[in-house]
Write a protein that binds this ligand. Structure first.
Ligand code: SAH
Length: 283
């Protein structure tokens, strides 16, 4: 069951709003519940990282508004999106807010939920597979493992403008002592700083995977040691959207890549048999 949140004094509205996770990219990773919500929507507000195949599940008469940075446009202001959703629900629309991955993992789903609730609107939230989980799985790597990692931390490398960035040194020390895998979203731009600060608490040889466009045909990845994180990103030309996975769960794959780069690439490529061969380099 996904959570359904009701405001304290909901109005009697015909419209409704559903925040839907579209998953990491591969349309087949969409949940059945998400597919049904998309099909019954009359208005869809769609973020950038949502596949066209998923948007195509909308009913023929549904209105689709892309609110991301598609076509080189600036992304739509968050306050405008929230106002649009509230107005559309009041007009009786079945609104679906379609977001990449999971709406509650770095998707501003929490902010939208709060605004809608404050306006007396009931919101349903449908989970999607988050990119960090899918990226590791696409390489055949578990985020937790009884021998290597007792847990996992999802963290953003891109703080809200004016906000505090994560305390990478504290995170590195915690991940090292508590044996946690670190999964960094939106970390490409700040990779050099992240690397420098993580090295204060994690060994230089800690394995890292960089995964771009996880689960899509154009997926690419590179494996390296923490001390080479930034240079590997630059050399391979890996860019956004990408996640950075840091931790001993990658040890086996990195060792394979260092010993036999082609075998490591094949292991990863075999895991998504319908996707083309991927880049794999060990640095
Ligand atoms: N709600 C989303 C995250 C949105 S933040 C989720 O749960 O996945 C956007 C960031 O997610 C990107 O900058 C990138 O770090 C990551 N991301 C999203 N899709 C991705 C993909 N297919 N491959 C790699 N990273 C991805």
């Amino acid at each position: 069951m996904n959570a359904s949140f009701t405001a304290p004094h909901p109005r009697n509205l015909l419209g409704r709003c559903t925040l839907v996770g579209a998953g990491p990219g591969d349309p087949e990773l969409l949940t059945l519940k998400a597919a049904r919500a998309i099909a019954r929507a009359t208005l869809l507000l769609v973020d950038d990282l949502v596949s066209d195949e998923i948007v195509a599940l909308a009913a023929p008469g549904a209105r689709v508004i892309h609110v991301g940075k598609r076509g080189g446009c600036r992304s739509t202001a968050q306050s405008f999106i929230e106002k649009l959703m509230i107005q559309a629900v009041r007009e009786g629309e079945q609104v679906v807010r379609l977001k990449g991955g999971d709406p509650f993992i770095f998707g501003r789903g929490g902010e939208e939920l709060e605004h809608l609730r404050a306006a007396g609107i009931e919101v349903e939230v449908i989970n999607g597979i988050t990119a960090g989980l899918a990226a590791a799985t696409a390489l055949g790597v578990p985020l937790t493992h009884r021998d290597h990692a007792h847990g996992v931390v999802f963290v953003t490398g891109h703080a809200k403008p004016g906000g505090n960035s994560p305390d990478w040194r504290a995170l590195a020390q915690t991940c090292h002592t508590a044996r946690l895998t670190l999964v960094i979203y939106m970390g490409v731009q700040t990779a050099a700083q992240i690397q420098a600060e993580l090295l204060a608490g994690l060994p230089a040889c800690t394995p890292v995977a960089l995964v771009q466009h996880a689960t899509l045909a154009q997926q690419r990845h590179a494996l390296c040691k923490l001390q080479h994180l930034h240079s590997t990103l630059e050399r391979e030309g890996l860019g956004s959207p990408a996640v950075i996975v840091v931790g001993e769960v990658l040890q086996g794959l990195l060792a394979l890549a260092e010993a036999a780069p082609h075998s490591a690439a094949e292991v990863a490529a075999d895991l998504a048999a319908d996707a083309p061969a991927r880049l794999s380099r060990a640095a």
